[in-house]
Design a protein around this ligand. Structure first.
Ligand code: FES
Length: 61
């Protein structure tokens, strides 16, 4: 599924950017261009960052 339609960036590519160190929508934009067009996906990118760290903070079993 596309996370950013303007730049054809898939959600797995955004996750790769977050794993590589992107922590804000701007940093994701610098890494893979997502969010640097119309801006409609920026809230989705913010949600993906939040969800990623929410899941990361769950202690491993
Ligand atoms: S959909 Fe991502 S910038 Fe337009």
């Amino acid at each position: 599924m596309y996370a950013c339609i303007c730049h054809g960036v898939h959600d797995h590519e955004v996750h790769d950017c977050i794993r590589a160190g992107a922590r804000t929508e701007d940093e994701i934009g610098d890494a893979c261009d997502a969010g640097t067009g119309c801006g409609n996906c920026r809230q989705r990118l913010a949600d993906m960052i939040e969800r990623y760290f929410a899941e990361e903070s769950v202690p491993a079993a």
